[in-house]
Design a binder for this molecule. Structure first.
Ligand code: 9MR
Length: 362
């Protein structure tokens, strides 16, 4: 089925139309195409063949996060992360490291002492440094970039701190311990010490929202000016069929490109309702059927995103889908957010993304 469809699109490709046999082939002159994987995706033959055929970069969806590899101080659980790293090594696929630091799926032992009191920032920094050095060193040969810190910027309207200044940071436990943004600066310094060759990213969601976009921009700009080793910005890309608009995506990429040389779309999916972002509260559209109108809107939204990214291929090096198929999606298969359906067959939107027309940009 899959081969027949690819052959068909290969044959009917008109002039200027991309006639590649896979996503990675179609985009080879623009940027890498990545996918976030779970353990099943790399062990099941059908799924791992699909990964190998379509993608040039991989991210561990959960298996390299702090709580997964380092559940207690000094206790390391590498098995699942190692399997993903080995899969990349064996198949020549590049690995995006995700994520060294995050307020969620973090290890609470980093924040608290044995009496469950918050540690001092000196203790926190020591634990962070040890974690970052150990993880980065283990996967140095295969990880080409790291999300060093994930989701530090707050959602919502402006808030003022005690001195009447805008307080753009999420009030995470990191923030509570430090009272300022030093934990972010330190994490990047530790990652650079551990691997001077890896590209280091700040990664966040709702990154096209004007308020949040500007907060991300200001923070990264100021930190880079102060010598913090940030190489790139990760735009997560948890979007929906209604937004963000092509103009807003374009404006965000252009703005970030003023301050960094590397932009990755790190977690792309497009759900069929009006929710967006990386927050863990969302609706799963249980029992919902996708309508033709929703399919058309999703195809148009995917086409718009890839159009913007192709226009900025000088600074965009990788676009990663957050999960392999609708079945694997963290949003549940009834949000229909990806290019492959729950049986791993390509949907029409797969062809919309792959067979873009170089002449018209569609
Ligand atoms: O897809 C991930 C899901 O399986 C986890 O339960 C969840 C909570 O840790 O994290 C999801 O991935 C998140 C990513 O690591 C960071 N950005 C938001 C993603 C969706 O929540």
């Amino acid at each position: 089925m899959f081969t027949t469809i690819c052959m068909l699109s290969f044959c009917i490709g008109s002039e200027g139309q991309n006639a590649a046999n896979s996503l990675k082939e179609a985009y080879k002159d623009y940027f890498m195409i990545g996918v976030a994987v779970n353990q099943r995706n790399i062990s099941d033959a059908q799924q791992s063949d699909l990964v190998k055929r379509e993608f040039s970069s991989m991210t561990a969806e959960n298996d390299m996060k702090p709580a997964s590899v380092h559940p207690a101080e000094g206790r390391w659980t590498w098995e699942r992360a190692d399997r993903i790293a080995d899969f990349c090594r064996q198949n020549g696929i590049k690995l995006r490291g995700h994520t060294l630091m995050w307020h969620a799926q973090m290890c609470d032992w980093m924040f608290y002492d044995e009496n469950h009191n918050l540690v001092t920032k000196e203790v926190l920094f020591r634990k962070m440094r040890e974690h970052i050095h150990t993880v980065v060193n283990r996967y140095k040969d295969v990880v080409y970039c790291w999300d060093v810190f994930n989701e530090c910027i707050a959602d919502g309207p402006r808030r003022l701190n005690a001195e009447g200044k805008d307080q753009p940071l999420r009030e995470s436990t990191f923030y509570k311990i430090c009272g300022n943004d030093e934990y972010i600066r330190k994490a990047f310094e530790y990652a650079r010490e551990a691997d001077p060759d890896a590209l280091l990213f700040y990664n966040d969601y709702n990154e096209c929202d004007h308020v949040k976009r500007d907060r991300i921009y200001e923070m990264v700009k100021e930190m880079k000016a102060a010598g913090v080793p940030i190489d790139g910005i990760g735009m997560q890309g948890h979007y929906n069929i209604y937004g963000p608009s092509e103009e807003d995506i374009e404006a965000a990429v252009s703005k970030y490109a003023e301050i960094v040389d590397h932009i990755h779309v790190t977690e792309l999916d497009i759900r069929v309702n009006r929710e967006m972002g990386g927050q863990l509260r969302f609706s799963r559209n249980e029992g919902a059927e996708i309508s033709n109108e929703q399919i058309e809107k999703q195809e148009a939204q995917y086409a718009a995103i890839f159009r913007v990214m192709r226009r900025h291929a000088d600074v965009v090096d990788c676009v990663t889908f957050w999960n392999l198929s609708d079945r694997d999606s963290w949003l549940g298969s009834n949000n229909y957010p990806l290019l492959f359906d729950k049986d791993y067959n390509p949907k029409n939107v797969y062809r919309v993304v792959k067979d873009f027309n170089q002449n018209t940009g569609k």
